[in-house]
Design a protein around this ligand. Sequence first.
Ligand SMILES: [Zn+2]
Length: 386
Amino acid sequence: MTEKLYYNDSYISDFYANIVAVENIDNSRALILDKTAFFPEGGGQSADTGYIGEAFIYDVQEKDGIIYHLTKSTDFPSVNTVAHCVLDAEKRFSKMQSHSGEHIVSGIAHSCFDAENVGFHMDGTLMTVDFDKPLSKEQLNIIEEKANACVYRNEKINTFILTAEEAAKYSYRSKLDFTGEVRLVEIENTDLCACCAPHLKSTGEIGIIKILSSASHRGGVRITLICGKTAFNDYSEKHNSTMNISAQLCSKHDKTAEAVAKLIETNSSLKYEFSARQKILLEIIASAIKPDNIICEFYNKLTMDDIREICNSAKDKCGMICIILSGNDENGYAYCIYSESEKLMSVMEAFKNTFGASGGGRGNMLQGKVKAGKSQIMNFFTELKV
Ligand SMILES: [Zn+2]
């Protein structure tokens, strides 16, 4: 069994321990110490990282009471020597802020709304917490407000290790049925919960508790939660973003939503106006096309929709075939072709074969793209004998 230093003092980040054994697990070396402050992955919380001697510990796992410190390094202290061990203290503190904040939120959700925490996951310091029943936005606001009030009161966080029988005398939150020892984490005046992870000493160290979002999940709700430094960084990032948007919109920072709504409204009416004017323009272009047996007209910077519109308007002016194109010799042309002749498909076939054109369609109107020179295309159609 590895002695768990983090059970009694979760602030140890620098310690000395004996290397008891080194095992190979997959492509890693697993260092086993007589005691450790490294928290192994568990209860939804990721493992600590850090160094044992010169070896970087990228993961820590526990199995049957033994804690395995995983490293890819070959430069690690040998068995039966005392090693200097250092955790990434900043990351650990941030995780403790997050985890302690989660206890507060889950405890308040339980005491106020009888909602049970049925799932917890920590990705870095971004957490998701699943509750077994839906919680409305108003209820989540109450939970968030009460959770932050608990931070302001700076409540003590205590841990106790009890036998299952002793623990049974208390009412505490837990997802497991314990038979051996139970480690209880108490946040005074707020929550009592069974948990194996390291926590802070008092709630004031958490700083900020913020629920970012909520979504329905398996008949209940999943919330995304951030605490402490992560919440502060998130606030800073969003504040900078808001100030940037506010400057660009020339609006006050608390009026950006109204300014964006106005921008969207203006954009939408401009689109409507543009579309109406575009329609007039296409009608003018189509009306300028002179009647002919074969109509072959080239334009630039028109969309496929535009040339289809022109082709539709001009199709009655052609005796045999009407082809409208837009583009240039360098990049190729989009085309729309119309003919009442039953031979339209065979003309298309020849067009495709001659220029490697792509496209298709139904009935008398076909469309596609072709990479060929303007004069070659013109020659192809003017020499047609349909
Ligand atoms: Zn915990």
